[in-house]
Design a binder for this molecule. Structure first.
Ligand SMILES: Cc1ncc(COP(=O)(O)O)c(C=O)c1O
Length: 327
């Protein structure tokens, strides 16, 4: 059975919901089918919470260079104008600030503010890892002001950073969190999780025909069990360190490489010229798939089960591509 009408629950759905709640700081889960859909739900929760608890506040502060999806409201929350502007007037209620700058968040907060929505590390924005204290400062600002913190863990979560959730590095807890991408190992799924204090949705407020279907949630339950029990997080840390060392080695040998950044298996190679597309194209012809997230940043997101030999092979390919571009 891969589908059951969503007024019923299925055992895999409960199993995955319990595993997510038991392995995160959040209390309740709503399942959907993609990251954008999870963020839509997070935004609806924050808006309803603001209406109920903060005199109708509805604004959400988001970050420049952030990415939250491709639906009309998630592009409105996405701090890259090129994703928004071709589609006419965006959903109102989003205010943008520079990432990793708590002062700008403070200045942008008003009586209209319901929530702050951030990625713990900006992925599409170029693997921007914030300073260690940033999320802690944002958390305490939210507590001071009585507003919600929404963390988009769609790219950083499910072990990608070496921890199950990237917010764990900061030792803080979000009020709302979204997950998708690797959550069911490639089977389409999304999830929004919230603390009880933020759970304002009532029956009839929200829904999704395929959300929480038994196929996707069984896949998700399997993935999260393997992540926790099969040493996969340890592999992410070890292979992430290996990539870091090998990328640092490339920096010593190639003038085109200006640095590297990232955590776990979410890594970026920084280039001194805007040649990321050339590197990605040349690597593809040698069998290595990469992503030119910015003109001068190449992103690495290998499978969490990648082996030591595979990483060595991948970096050897990049090494030879850089060599040919230098010549
Ligand atoms: C941080 C983040 N949020 C949201 C999304 C959107 O997810 P989806 O493509 O599943 O809608 C993405 C996709 O790249 C993402 O990286």
């Amino acid at each position: 059975m891969i589908y059951v009408k969503n007024i019923f629950y299925s055992e895999p759905q409960i199993e995955l919901a319990e595993m997510l709640v038991n392995n995160s700081a959040l209390d309740q889960v709503f399942f959907c089918n993609s990251g954008a859909e999870a963020n839509e739900a997070a935004i609806k929760i924050a808006r309803k919470w603001g209406i109920n608890n903060r005199n109708g506040a509805f604004e959400i502060i988001a970050a420049n260079n952030g990415f939250h999806g491709r639906t009309m409201t998630t592009v409105a929350a996405t701090g890259t104008p090129a994703y928004r502007e071709p589609f006419g007037p965006p959903t109102p209620g989003f205010v943008f600030v520079d990432y990793d700058d708590i002062k700008q968040i403070m200045d942008a907060t008003s009586e209209q503010t319901a929530a702050i929505m951030l990625e713990p590390i900006q992925g599409e924005g170029g693997i921007n890892v914030p300073s260690l204290t940033y999320l802690q400062e944002v958390r305490s600002w939210c507590d001071d002001q009585g507003i919600l913190l929404i963390l988009d863990e769609i790219q950083t979560g499910m072990g990608r950073s070496g921890k199950l959730w990237a917010y764990e590095f900061a030792g803080i807890e979000p009020d709302i969190m979204t997950s998708a991408k690797g959550l069911a190992g490639g089977v389409p799924i999304g999830a929004v999780l919230a603390k009880n204090s933020a759970c304002v949705l009532e029956p009839g407020d929200h829904g999704s025909t395929f959300g929480g279907n038994p196929l996707a949630t069984a896949a998700g339950a399997h993935v999260i069990k393997r992540l926790i029990n099969d040493g996969i997080l340890e592999n992410v840390v070890a292979r992430g360190n290996q990539i870091q060392q090998r990328l640092e080695g490339l920096q010593d040998r190639h003038i085109l490489v200006s640095g590297q950044r990232g955590v776990g298996l979410l890594r970026g190679l920084e280039l001194s010229k805007n040649v990321s597309v050339d590197i990605v194209n040349a690597s593809r012809s040698q069998g290595l798939l990469l992503n030119p997230v910015r003109p001068n940043i190449v992103r690495f997101m290998p499978p969490l089960t990648v082996t030591e030999d595979e990483i060595d092979k991948a970096i050897d390919i990049i090494d030879s591509v850089l060599q040919s571009l230098n010549d």
